[in-house]
Design a protein around this ligand. Structure first.
Ligand SMILES: [Zn+2]
Length: 361
C-alpha cells in the first residue's frame, strides 16, 4: 500500500508513503515523484517492547531494548539493509530499485510508540514510548553527505523538517533529536550514508541542562555569533555560522548557528534551508581534510524541546573523536566519572586550523 503527495514546502518536493509488510511506514522524499514498483521487503519480526528504568543516583532514565540481542535475521556478510533492492534481490529496508532520500522506523528500536507493560522492579520503570527512525541520505552506498549535490543536501534537511513536524505532533513526544554517528570509532557498523532520529517521551538530561543554560544566558546565541568575528569562525554566510564555541569540550568541536533565532529548522525559508544544508557538508568535508582521513564524529541537531520554543535556539553540534592524525579522543575517567572534560587544544587554535583547511578547499 502506498500513496504519493506533492508537498508545498519552501523548496517543493514529493513524498511517497509505503506501508511495509510488518506495518512500518517507509517515507520516500524526492524532487521527482517516486513511482517505482515494490521489490523485496524484509519479513516481519516480533514487535519490540523496550522499557525504561530510573537510575536513582544519576536521576535519569536508562533504556532497555533487550530484543536487540535476539535478532534472528542473519543477512549475508556483504549485505547492506539500506541499499536499494532489485527485483529478485536480497530483501532490504527500502524495497525499491532506487530512491532519493528515505526514512523508516528502526526495526530494533530503543523506543517504540506502543511499548507496554514494563517489568515491576525495586526502581521506577516505564514503557519506552518514544520513536526511533533511520534517515538514509542517498541510494549510493559509497557516497557521503558532503559528496551529495547541494539540492540533495537540501532534500535531507527537508526530510528532517518533515519528521520534526510529525514526531513533535505525537502527544507523548517531548524532544526530537536527529543525529549521525560517523565512523567505526563511534560504533558505526553500517557504512551506507545515514543518520537517525530519536523522539523521546521525556526531555533527556543533557537537553534539560542545556535548556536551563539557555534560560540563564538568553543572549548566548548572539554572543557566540559576535565571538565568531573574534577568531572563532570556521565557515558560514549571511544566514548560517559555523564556529568553535570558546568552551569546546571536544578537540575541534564545531557548532552551526542560524544568524536569526529559530526554535527548529521547520521555520527556515528556502535560502536558510540551502545555506544550512550546504554548511553541514562543508563542515564535514573540512573535518575530513583536517587530518586527511575521515573524521569519526557525532553530529547532533538540537531543536527546542516541546514548550521551550521561545527559549531554546536551534543549532547543530559536531563532536569529533580525533585530536590529531593518529590520536583518538577517549572519554575516560575524568569525563565519564566526573563529567569534566580535559582538552589540550585552545578553542581559538582549533578554529584557526579548521578555518585554514576550510578556505583552502
Ligand atoms: Zn548500502
Amino acid at each position: 500500500m502506498s500513496d504519493l503527495e506533492a508537498v508545498d514546502a519552501p523548496i517543493a518536493y514529493h513524498l511517497r508513503r509505503y506501508t511495509k509488510t510488518d506495518g512500518r511506514v517507509l517515507r520516500l522524499y524526492g524532487r521527482q515523484p517516486h513511482t517505482l514498483p515494490v521489490t523485496e521487503d524484509l519479513p516481519p519480526v516480533d514487535p519490540p517492547n523496550p522499557h525504561l528504568r530510573w537510575h536513582p543516583l544519576r536521576q535519569e532514565w536508562v533504556i532497555y531494548a533487550t530484543h536487540r540481542q535476539a535478532r534472528t535475521f542473519m543477512p549475508p556478510a556483504e549485505y547492506c539493509p539500506l541499499c536499494p533492492v532489485a527485483e529478485g534481490g536480497f530483501p532490504g529496508e527500502i524495497p525499491f530499485a532506487d530512491f532519493e532520500v528515505a526514512v523508516f522506523p528502526n526495526r530494533f528500536p530503543g523506543m517504540q510508540a506502543d511499548a507496554h507493560d514494563p517489568p515491576g522492579l525495586g526502581v521506577p520503570t516505564a514503557p519506552s514510548n518514544g520513536l526511533c527512525e533511520v534517515l538514509v541520505y542517498t541510494s549510493d552506498h559509497e557516497a557521503s553527505y558532503a559528496a551529495l549535490s547541494a539540492d540533495r543536501q537540501a532534500l535531507v534537511v527537508q526530510a528532517w523538517i518533515d519528521r520534526y513536524r510529525d514526531l513533535l505532533g505525537e502527544s507523548q513526544v517531548q524532544f526530537v533529536m536527529p543525529f549521525e554517528n560517523r565512523g567505526e570509532a563511534v560504533g558505526v557498523t553500517l557504512h551506507h550514508p545515514h543518520g537517525q532520529i530519536y523522539a523521546f517521551p521525556f526531555i533527556p538530561p543533557v537537553v534539560e541542562r542545556m535548556l536551563d543554560g539557555f534560560r540563564k544566558t538568553p543572549d548566548l546565541r548572539s554572543d557566540l555569533l559576535r565571538q565568531a568575528d573574534d577568531g572563532l569562525a570556521v565557515a558560514g554566510d549571511d544566514r548560517m555560522q559555523a564556529l568553535v564555541p570558546p568552551f569546546a569540550r571536544f578537540p575541534f568541536e564545531v557548532w552551526i548557528l542560524p544568524k536569526v533565532f529559530h526554535a527548529g529548522p521547520w521555520s527556515f525559508d528556502a535560502a536558510e534551508i540551502r545555506s544550512f544544508a550546504t554548511l553541514i557538508g562543508k563542515v564535514t568535508a573540512t573535518y575530513d581534510a583536517l587530518f586527511d582521513r575521515p573524521m569519526p564524529l557525532i553530529m547532533l541537531l538540537y531543536a527546542a524541546p516541546k514548550g521551550a520554543e521561545h527559549v531554546f535556539p536551534f543549532h547543530v553540534q559536531f563532536l569529533p573523536f580525533l585530536r590529531d592524525t593518529n590520536k583518538r579522543k577517549f572519554l575516560a575517567g575524568c569525563e565519564q566519572g566526573a563529567g569534566t572534560f580535559l582538552v589540550d587544544v585552545a578553542p581559538e587554535d582549533m578554529a584557526g586550523r579548521l578555518r585554514d583547511v576550510a578556505v583552502t578547499r
